[in-house]
Ligand binder design. Structure first.
Ligand SMILES: [Zn+2]
Length: 122
């Protein structure tokens, strides 16, 4: 879903965990840097400024979920990777997300299952 909400800031409290999980997920796949994450999250409908993103990354590094190092010809870019702790946190969070997902979309899942069993019976 790519819904863009003009009042994004109002929902920041609700989304902050989702944003962190996005970052953790991508940083577990490959090294990521701040601007790239701003673009990636923008594609998902989250508008973040560098003034929000960088403190977020620093905070996650302080928690031990990410580790950063300088990168590039002039060592001018800071890239982030998920640590072992970060990957563990992501694994646990995924279970919670799955639970939440099935609760939020219970009716949708049930409708899909019912449709399938109708097809099988027919
Ligand atoms: Zn993403």
């Amino acid at each position: 879903m790519r819904a863009r909400n003009p009042n994004e800031a109002e929902y920041r409290d609700l989304y902050s965990g989702l944003i962190r999980l996005h970052i953790l997920y991508h940083a577990s796949k490959e090294p990521v840097f701040g601007l790239e994450m701003i673009e990636e999250l923008g594609r998902h409908g989250y508008k973040l400024s560098p003034g929000t993103m960088y403190p977020l990354l620093h905070g996650m590094e302080k928690k031990g979920w990410l580790r950063s190092y300088k990168h590039g010809d002039r060592h001018d870019r800071r890239v982030y990777r998920a640590t072992v702790e970060g990957r563990k946190a992501l694994r646990i969070a995924k279970k919670r997300v799955r639970e939440l997902f099935s609760e939020l979309f219970e009716n949708v899942l049930q409708a899909a299952l019912a449709k399938r069993s109708r097809r099988i019976r027919a």
